[in-house]
Design a protein around this ligand. Structure first.
Ligand code: G
Ligand code: G
Ligand code: MN
Ligand code: NA
Length: 254
């Protein structure tokens, strides 16, 4: 497949880059974090969405070098911002299901943090329920090893997978991210609203922070704030930004 061969070379050719989507506190409006989102600037195809090439990378094993590149690139970027005198918030990287099961993932993460002399709490890793359900015992062990490195852990797309509440309490995670499919109609659909309120309550009872994804308007924002959601991410606050634009946001002291 042509795309697979291209993806193989994309890392060496420097065609990959990260965008950073700011996360906002619903308590005080502060910039409290960012999610790193992978972008592939293909010379002929233009921008290729990760929704297209992450599944391909998973099927071909390319997810291993690709995932390692993402972790290292996030750490290098954090170091660059610190060296520029900025105070970056915690930045989250997405881990694909297969990447999460890579043997030396924990060593990769620890090495990238060490090489860039970073406080591990500046890095957050987002995993989906699907990545954990494959082998719950192994997943819990890996999460504990990541936790002991000092990174933050988030459960992404929460509510769309099949996690049982019985094992949710065993996961050493810091945050639940409410999937954007529940947030979209929160102000008009009582079922979606009920699900969001329940997830916020669940998270808080388990002493977890909760972030709503895909917030696009004031109605959604107000509803989430009234129901004590901690943070939000979405176009209403900011789209994913190129690194320079994100640095500009940091400089502006938001
Ligand atoms: O930003 P965007 O809507 O294009 O992202 C599409 C999908 O790709 C999302 O599900 C997002 O989680 C995923 N994605 C973006 N960046 C990464 C990455 O670095 N690693 C993995 N595994 N998935 C990513
Ligand atoms: O799967 P994950 O939650 O990691 O992916 C987040 C995806 O959601 C990214 O592709 C990102 O570009 C996208 N996204 C971020 N904010 C919004 C938003 O407000 N609305 C929509 N529709 N998508 C968003
Ligand atoms: Mn995510
Ligand atoms: Na999501």
């Amino acid at each position: 497949l042509a795309l697979e061969a291209d993806l193989r070379r994309a890392i060496e050719r420097d065609e990959l880059l990260l965008h950073f989507q700011p996360k906002m506190s619903l308590i005080n409006g502060d910039l409290v974090g960012a999610e790193a989102l992978l972008r592939w600037q293909h010379p002929a195809r233009g921008t290729v969405s990760p929704a297209e090439f992450i599944p391909l990378a998973e099927d071909t094993g390319l997810i291993q070098p690709l995932g390692e590149w993402v972790i290292e690139a996030v750490c290098r970027q954090l170091r660059a911002w610190l060296d520029a005198g900025l105070r970056p918030p915690t930045v989250a990287a997405n881990l694909s299901a297969r990447q999460f099961r890579v043997e030396h993932l924990v060593d990769q993460v620890a090495q990238a943090l060490r090489a860039n002399r970073l406080d591990p709490a500046l890095l957050e890793l987002e995993v989906t329920e699907g990545a954990l359900m494959h082998d719950v015992e192994a997943a819990v062990a890996t999460l504990h090893r990541l936790k002991s490195v000092g990174v933050k852990l988030a459960l992404d797309d929460f509510g769309t997978g099949y996690s049982s509440l019985a094992y949710l309490k065993r996961l050493p995670i810091d945050r639940l991210k409410i999937d954007q499919s529940f947030v979209r109609d929160i102000a008009s659909d009582p079922d979606d609203a009920a699900i969001c309120v329940a997830v916020i309550g669940l998270a808080h009872n388990l002493k977890l922070a909760v972030t709503a994804e895909g917030v696009e308007n004031d109605g959604q924002l107000g509803y989430l704030r009234r129901h004590r959601c901690d943070e939000m991410q979405g176009y209403h606050f900011s789209r994913p930004l190129p690194a320079d634009d994100f640095a500009q946001l940091l400089r502006s002291g938001r």
